[in-house]
Design a protein around this ligand. Structure first.
Ligand SMILES: [Zn+2]
Length: 60
């Protein structure tokens, strides 16, 4: 019954979501990439810039 818990404790499954990580069992609980708090991951807001192609300023 506690297979999932054991696998989490072995590091096979994520301790955050009990999801599959990468198949390794390091022997200690760990989290998958989506549960890890990552500092470098910032959701970049895409600026909606409307650039219309204007050919008026082209010097020929
Ligand atoms: Zn997870």
């Amino acid at each position: 019954m506690g297979e999932i818990v054991e696998q989490i404790m072995e590091g096979f499954l994520c301790e955050g979501c009990a999801g599959f990580i990468d198949g390794d069992e390091p022997g200690f609980p760990r989290k998958c990439s989506s549960c890890k708090p990552s500092k470098s991951k910032h959701k970049r807001k895409r600026k909606k810039s409307k650039h219309r192609g204007q050919n008026a300023n082209i010097n020929q």
